[in-house]
Design a protein around this ligand. Structure first.
Ligand code: NAG
Ligand code: NAG
Ligand code: NAG
Ligand code: CU
Length: 391
């Protein structure tokens, strides 16, 4: 009471604001839960839906941790995940990354999906940079926007953006400042982002030949989506790498089944529907209740148990480490996704727990990709043995 009496108008406005925001968040939370838990037949979220900016030419980004193997970007007020951003030449757009779900997912812009992670047979594809990368003029990529055309992402932290004439000088912002901040602990990332948070500005000049390019995550491959210049020059560039004009299931991975939608997991359905084949007579929770949570946990543990039984690689113990650690980490990610979806009402679920789960998902996914890359270079994927015989 005394506090309220002392409160300035501003302070009570803030209180009112947090109260309203709290209410809204609460409503969103419940509907998100319903979407997931309510109905096993629900279809997965649509990808690649047209997405226009808001009145301030902003695209407000979030990351949905339940979609695909690595999570996918969403844009506020646009439907589905990995939406296609529609933009026009000569206008400056801002891709905002203030929401906490963006932590560990710094956006980049490239002429083909995934930028430095590589796409298709290419270990690396050209990004939008200033000056334009030389390989953009090769026939293989053919992405040169034209002589003298400057188009590159301008990174900003707490409202301070770099400029195109002093691009990525490593001080004001620029990728070399932006990306490392996204790998700092979450509280430090939030603090450094300040009130305005993080953002990426892009302007496609009027004389550019760019029609299609991509946003991607600098840390995780597989999170790209399209950006389309709707008023592109009639003699615009066309993409040369196969598959770039059709980011579909081969890019985003196994479409999620109803069971995975309900659990919040990726590619676990067979270990539920064909459990006998993979984990006959094995219970990974004692006295299973048969609840959604229980079935989800049973399925992911069945998957890990099955996938970790690999043949020993006699001449390379490190290969075995990688082969086993991948499904082991995948299980940590799946457990966290289930917890984020099914335990928000549990006693003790608070923002610290949420940070912990977000951290497990983002960092271990990054490690999984590192281990997969190692295997590609030095060994091969694990050979899974037949499931254990338990009579
Ligand atoms: C699940 O969705 C289907 C198709 O939309 C609908 O027919 C069914 O009634 C829903 N079931 C429940 C339990 O909501
Ligand atoms: C999304 O739409 C709501 C309702 O129209 C609006 O209040 C909100 O500002 C929009 N968000 C963005 C980022 O444009
Ligand atoms: C298209 O690009 C060509 C070459 O850069 C330029 O001469 C022409 O004016 C452009 N047309 C439009 C409509 O922008
Ligand atoms: Cu990411």
């Amino acid at each position: 009471m005394p506090i309220l009496m002392l409160a300035t108008k501003q302070f009570s406005m803030n209180l009112l604001f947090s109260f309203v925001v709290g209410l809204l968040l609460c409503v969103c939370d419940v509907s998100a839960d319903d979407r997931v838990l309510g109905n096993e037949t629900e279809t997965p979220l649509m990808r690649n839906q047209n997405c226009s900016p808001n009145a301030k030419n902003e695209f407000v980004f979030k990351v949905n941790p339940y979609e695909g193997e690595w999570g996918q970007y969403e844009v506020e007020n646009c439907s589905g995940v990995s939406p296609k951003l529609l933009i026009k030449k000569g206008v400056t757009y801002t891709l905002l990354q203030k929401d906490k779900s963006n932590w560990m997912h710094p956006l980049g812009l490239a002429y083909y999906p995934d930028g430095a992670h590589g796409f298709g047979p290419e270990p690396e594809v050209p990004e939008l940079e200033e000056p334009t990368p030389d390989d953009c003029s090769t026939a293989k990529f053919a992405c040169d926007p034209g002589a003298g055309v400057k188009e590159a992402p301008l990174y900003g932290i707490n409202g301070v953006y770099e400029s195109i004439d002093n691009w990525n000088e490593g001080k004001v912002s620029g990728l070399d400042v932006y990306e490392p901040l996204f790998q700092r602990p979450q509280d430090q990332w939030v603090e450094a982002g300040g009130d305005a948070g993080y953002g990426v500005k892009i302007t496609i000049p009027a004389n550019s030949k760019t029609k299609t390019f991509f946003y991607f995550c600098h840390i995780h491959a597989g999170m790209s989506g399209y950006i389309e210049v709707t008023d592109a020059n009639e003699s615009h560039n066309t993409l040369k790498l196969a598959g770039a004009d059709d980011l579909g299931d081969t890019y985003y991975g196994t479409p999620s089944a109803a069971f995975d939608n309900k659990c919040g997991t990726f590619d676990v359905d067979p270990y539920h529907s064909k459990q006998d084949e993979f984990c006959s007579k094995q219970d990974f929770l004692c006295d299973r209740t048969g609840s959604d949570f229980s079935n989800c946990m049973q399925a992911i543990n069945c998957k890990m148990n099955y996938m970790m039984r690999v043949k020993e690689v006699a001449d390379n113990p490190l290969a075995v480490f990688m082969q086993q650690m991948i499904p082991h980490h995948e299980n940590a990610v799946q457990m966290s996704r289930i917890a984020m979806k099914h335990s928000t009402k549990a006693k003790g679920y608070d923002s610290e727990v949420e940070d912990l789960l977000r951290s497990i998902v983002a960092t271990q996914n990054h490690q999984i990709q590192t281990m997969k890359t190692w295997l590609k270079e030095h060994a091969s994927d694990g050979v899974v043995c037949s499931p254990p015989k338990i009579s």
